[in-house]
Write a protein that binds this ligand. Sequence first.
Ligand code: ZN
Length: 262
Amino acid sequence: MCTIGAIKNKRTNKSYFFKNVDQTEKSIYQEPFFRQGKNHRFLKIPSSNPTEPGVLAGVNEAGLVVLGADGNCMPNYCGGQYSSLDESLVIYERILSECTTTWEAVSRIMKSYQDLSIGGNGDILIVGDRDEAVAMEYTLDCWGVQFRGFNPYLVRSNFFVLLDHLKPLQEENSLHTSSAIRYTDAMRNLSAKGRLNNLEDVFRLVRSHDQGLNAMSICRHGGDGEYFTHGSVVIELAQNAIKAYVCLNSSPCQGKYEIYEF
Ligand SMILES: [Zn+2]
């Protein structure tokens, strides 16, 4: 479970991407590092063992960003054989290693997910570069794709916005309550400055506790068995610079963000 977003500042022409990583049980995430991929060098933020393929999120030297949020549909699905969600984390890494533009990434992701039948619960992700960002909602043979276009920001939590009809009912799945609240809070926070959100605004957002110190805020502080935010990534793309701020194994409001620069 995560909150992800892509923001464009129309005055400075800088693009920002963010992802808060939420868990119910503490994983220990390993330190990010730069890795030479097939076509591009990229920042690898390992999803598990650093020697294994798979990233939580990342950016490459071309300024291409991949952020996954995990889907939340069909909770009791039983049917055809799906690949696991871990497969999608491997695809994220392959995109960073091989793709240059958002367009390339979108088509590669679609082909890979279709070929492998990823994740029974589907997936929600954002890919983007300096110019464009795209939110992709997926469940087997079904896609919802939204371009940021002229809008200054694009946000997703863990529920489908475009494939709304595939969401389980609220009564059947309480996870939607938190997803809907985090989505609304993020959109409201970003709307205050519209086209002029800057790096400080993005940090304020990922550390925000609009619902209090509990699992409903964007910086989540759930109790036993509830979701808490255990990692956070903020990426800043300027015309000639790429910076990633990464805070792992801590909540964004308490931890320190390490800076990685291309
Ligand atoms: Zn917090």
